[in-house]
Design a protein around this ligand. Structure first.
Ligand code: AHR
Length: 502
C-alpha cells in the first residue's frame, strides 16, 4: 500500500526548465573566493584551485553570479583589473575575508580572473553592478570594458590585460538588495536609480555592442515592494520602456535552526520555510502581471538556501553541510520546476565554503557536499519541458505552530525531453520511510526502460559531510518495480530519488 501517489501529466506542459535555474552565486565573503576559488596550496600557476574548478566543471553549472551580494554595492570594478601588484587594497565593508585577514579586499581576484574562471568551467557569467555607492558611468564603463570590440580606451585596456576578444557578458544586475545593504532605498527611489542606470548601461549598450545584454533589477520577498517598484518604472517620460529583463528576490531559511542542536520538529519547520519559496515566486509573478503587463519580465531567485545561526559574519558565514540542507534543496528545485513558466534563473548561495555551498575546502582538499549530489541528480531536468505533476501525500502538522502549517511529506516534479521522462521524488519525512507509487499518463510502464538512483539512504537527516566521508553521499541504484501500471519504490527517511523512464 503506497503512502504517496505521484501522477505525471506527461502532456500538460508548464514550460522549459531554463538551465540557468541551476545557477550559483559567489561573493567576496569569507572563504568563498579567496581560499575557495582562488589561491591556495592546491592552486595552479594562475591562482585557480584545480580541485574546485574540476568539481564545478563536472557539475556543468550554467551561470555564476559575482561579486556580490552586499559586496557588489561597495565594489569598484576598476580596483580589480590590471597588474595585480598595482591593485589597491581596500576594506571590505560588509564581510571579513577570513579570521586572520579581517575585512580587507586585496583585489587580486577581479573581473578578468572571474571571467576566465567562467571560461574554464564553461559557465555564463553574471556581473552585479554597483548601484548603492557607484555611478551609472562606472557601470556602463564596466560593460564597455567587458563587451566592446571597438577602438576605445576601455576596450584597449581589456586587450592589454590579456583578453583580445570581448567577453560578451550577457547578464548584468543593477544593484543588490537595494532595499537594504544596497543603499536602503524605497521602491520608488530604486526605480528612479534603475531607470538612470538602465539608460546608460542598457539602452545605449544594446546599440553599441554585438552581444545582447539582459538587465536584472533587484526586487524583494514581498509583493508590495515589487508592485511599487514596477509602477514607478513605468512612469518614465516619453513612454520609454527601459530594458528590464528580469527581477530578483532572495529567500533564505533555517535561521532559527542550530544545525547541531535541532530536533526533528525543527527539521519539519525548516523544510516548510524552504517550501515558502513557492509563495514568493507566485507573489513576484503576481506583481509583474498586475503592473508590467506589456513587458516580458522573468523572475530570478538571485540568492537562496539555508542560513543557520552557525553562519555568522565572524566565521565568514560558514555552517555544516548536512543531508537536511540537501533535502531542502531538492524540495526547492521541485518548486522551481513547477514554476518554470516564470523562472528564468536561480542562484544558490554560495558556491564554495559559504552558507549552503556545494563545495567545501580545506588547504589540501575540496569535496562535494550533499547539496552538490542533489544538483547532480536533478541535472537531467535542465533544458527539459516541465510537466504538471500531482502528488497525493500525507502531511504532518508543525509542532507548536501558531499558523497551523503542515509539511507535505513527499514532494516531486517531472520533465519530458524527447522520449525520456525524468521524475524526482523526495521523502521529506526525516522519521519514516515512504512507499511511493508513480504513474505516467499515456506511458505503458510495462514496456518502458526504467533506471533510478537514490541519495542518502545510508544517512540520517543530521549527517554532516567532511573531507573523509564525502564519497559516502553519492547516489546508489534504487529498486523500482512495476505493478498494475505504476512504478513502486521504497524511499527511506530523508532521501531523494531520480527516476528516468524511456
Ligand atoms: O549571501 C550573503 C548575503 O545575503 C548577501 O551578501 C546579501 O545579498 C544577502 O543578504
Amino acid at each position: 500500500m503506497a503512502n504517496a501517489r505521484i501522477t505525471v501529466h506527461t502532456a500538460a506542459d508548464i514550460d522549459r526548465i531554463e538551465p540557468e535555474v541551476h545557477g550559483h552565486f559567489s561573493e567576496h565573503l569569507g572563504r568563498c573566493v579567496y581560499e575557495g576559488l582562488w589561491t591556495s596550496d592546491s592552486a595552479d600557476e594562475d591562482g585557480y584551485r584545480e580541485d574546485v574548478v574540476e568539481l564545478l566543471a563536472d557539475l556543468e553549472i550554467p551561470v555564476l553570479r559575482w561579486p556580490g551580494g552586499c559586496f557588489a554595492d561597495d565594489y569598484h570594478w576598476e580596483d580589480g583589473v590590471g597588474p595585480q601588484e598595482e591593485r589597491p587594497r581596500r576594506r571590505n565593508l560588509f564581510w571579513a575575508q577570513g579570521p586572520e585577514d579581517l575585512p580587507e579586499e586585496s583585489n587580486a581576484f577581479g573581473t578578468d580572473e572571474f571571467l576566465e574562471l567562467c571560461e574554464r568551467i564553461d559557465t555564463e557569467p553574471y556581473l552585479a553592478a554597483n548601484v548603492g555607492s557607484g555611478t551609472p558611468q562606472e557601470a556602463a564603463n564596466w560593460v564597455e570594458y567587458c563587451n566592446y570590440d571597438g577602438d576605445t580606451e576601455l576596450a584597449d585596456r581589456r586587450r592589454e590585460n590579456g583578453h583580445e576578444e570581448p567577453y560578451g557578458v550577457k547578464y548584468w544586475g543593477l544593484g543588490n538588495e537595494n532595499w537594504g545593504c544596497g543603499g536602503q532605498m524605497s521602491p520608488e527611489q530604486y526605480a528612479r536609480e534603475y531607470r538612470r542606470y538602465a539608460t546608460y548601461v542598457g539602452t545605449q549598450s544594446n546599440l553599441m555592442f554585438d552581444h545582447d545584454i539582459e538587465l536584472i533589477a533587484c526586487g524583494y520577498e514581498g509583493h508590495e515592494w515589487n508592485r511599487r517598484f514596477l509602477e514607478e518604472i513605468n512612469q518614465s517620460r516619453w513612454g520609454v520602456e527601459f530594458p528590464l529583463d528580469h527581477i530578483t528576490l532572495h529567500h533564505y531559511y533555517g535561521r532559527g535552526m542550530n544545525v547541531d542542536e535541532a530536533d526533528e520538529d525543527q527539521y519539519d519547520r525548516m523544510l516548510v520555510e524552504a517550501l515558502e519559496m513557492e509563495r514568493h515566486i507566485e507573489r513576484m509573478a503576481g506583481a509583474i502581471n498586475a503592473v508590467a503587463t506589456t513587458r516580458d519580465i522573468g523572475v530570478i531567485i538571485d540568492e537562496w538556501g539555508t542560513w543557520h545561526p552557525e553562519a555568522t559574519a565572524d566565521n565568514g558565514l560558514e555552517q555544516p553541510g548536512t543531508v537536511l540542507d540537501a533535502l531542502s534543496a531538492a524540495a526547492v528545485l521541485d518548486v522551481f520546476n513547477h514554476h518554470s513558466d516564470v523562472l528564468t534563473m536561480t542562484n544558490i548561495a554560495q558556491t564554495v565554503n559559504v552558507l549552503q555551498c556545494l563545495i567545501e575546502t580545506d588547504e589540501d582538499e575540496a569535496w562535494a557536499r550533499p547539496t552538490y549530489r542533489v544538483f547532480d541528480l536533478y541535472a537531467p531536468h535542465k533544458g527539459s519541458e516541465a510537466v504538471q505533476t500531482s502528488v497525493d501525500t500525507p502531511a504532518r502538522e508543525l509542532a507548536d505552530d501558531d499558523e497551523e502549517r503542515e509539511l507535505p511529506l513527499v514532494g516531486a516534479s517531472a520533465s519530458v525531453d524527447d522520449d525520456e521522462t525524468y521524475v524526482t521524488v523526495t521523502n521529506l519525512d526525516c522519521r519514516e520511510e515512504k512507499t511511493i507509487e508513480v504513474t505516467l499518463e499515456g506511458v505503458d510502464l510495462d514496456s518502458a526502460t526504467v533506471e533510478a538512483e537514490l541519495l542518502f539512504a545510508d544517512h540520517d537527516a543530521d549527517a554532516e559531510v567532511d573531507a573523509d566521508n564525502a564519497e559516502e553521499f553519492t547516489a546508489e541504484e534504487l529498486d523500482v518495480s512495476v505493478d498494475s501500471g505504476a512504478l513502486i519504490a521504497e524511499l527511506p527517511a530523508s532521501t531523494v530519488a531520480g527516476i528516468s523512464i524511456q
